[in-house]
Design a protein around this ligand. Sequence first.
Ligand code: DLL
Length: 432
Amino acid sequence: MYYQKEIETMPVEALKDLQSRKLVRQVNHVYENVAYYRDKMDKAGVRPSDIKSVEDLRRLPFLEKEDLRNTYPSGMLAVPIKDCVRIHSTSGTTGKRVIAYYTQHDLDLWEDCVARALSAAGATVDDTVQICFGYGLFTGGMGFHGASQKLGCVTLPMSSGNTERQIQFMQDLGSTVLCCTPSYAGYLADTLTVSGLTPDDIPLKIGIFGAEPWTEEMRASIEKRLGIKAFDIYGLTEISGPGVAFECEEQNGMHINEDHFIAEIINPITGEVLPEGEKGELVLTSIDKEAFPMMRYRTHDICVLKRGKCSCGRSFIKMAKPMGRSDDMMIIRGVNVFPSQIESVLLKEGYSNNYLIEIDRVNSTDTFDVFVEFLPEDFDDTIKTVTAREKRLQSELKKMVGISPAVHLRPPMSLARSDGKAVRINDKRKLL
Ligand code: DLL
């Protein structure tokens, strides 16, 4: 199902034309209204008149989180503050947070993007949408909230936390669509089991999950344990919030809302633009925003772009699930390890998605420990079973990442959890 069919299925040539026109307008807007951009472009020797179409995009300099820190809080604002109606902010714990400003126009286009995601997942006016993303400065709660109302769904602004109440409301109020982080969806599934309930006891049929990386194994586990179809959604505060890209019924990659954002993939080390289909860092340009436009913003998310015929009929290019961040890779005993590799093994072997990777350095050697919970339905704490299963898991993890972690199986629901984005890595070496 579509929210804005004409745009979502626009022929690629027309889409490129639209992008070019919007890009030209956007470049002039930032050059005229943001001194920081003007300086950056002047230093790079690019004038707004050099940008005539999407083909010229790569002439513009990249924008980094560092630029946003340099201009904190409002140095990138491209309209008078009185024209803004909302502010959101990143949840960053280090350095200054990114402050994102929105005019009413910006909120409208953002909500359209998320409404497209809800429609693509199958939500209609007949649905009740339970939003368990955090409300507040984080973009998850409010982004879904506006979109769900725009679509005409009954909207339940639960925010995160109080998991028993989430399940009770789900049952009492008939929620059919769940929106939260994938790790919180896993927690809800655990709580359901521990409460002695099954997927048949809740009315949910659709889940839309994002804000953190998750694997296909995790999708399969959540779908089975909650009895739903689970869809991915991607976004970042700097570029509005959720809804930069969303999955359709094919569930194999997220369509980027290309009438609002232009996507490129670059080599994260050299900055070279890579051909379609190659893996690299996603760079995004917003071409329709008034208050806080981002030109060639480096997301540091590693993924692949592919344009092909999609059975859903959308012409928007697809991004594969981000497989990590260029800054998320761990180097343990000289070996590159991504959390997503660990997660896929844990889920395949039938463990919870609630896990923790701990790295330390003892006597100049890296230690590598993986803690993971049993699923409630699979818990067996006899020493013989635990030892045998830890050994097996260790060997499967070694096959995947090349080095052997110490594995520690823990009882269900015993490891710390976050209501929002999960914390998966505790790298104690950084403290040395
Ligand atoms: O996480 C916005 C959002 C809210 C997206 C709700 C989806 C759903 P930030 O807090 O600024 O914004 O974090 C953005 O989260 O650069 C990615 O690294 C990561 N991320 C977001 N969605 C996904 C996803 C929101 N579907 C950062 N898969 C991004 C993997 C994701 N990583």
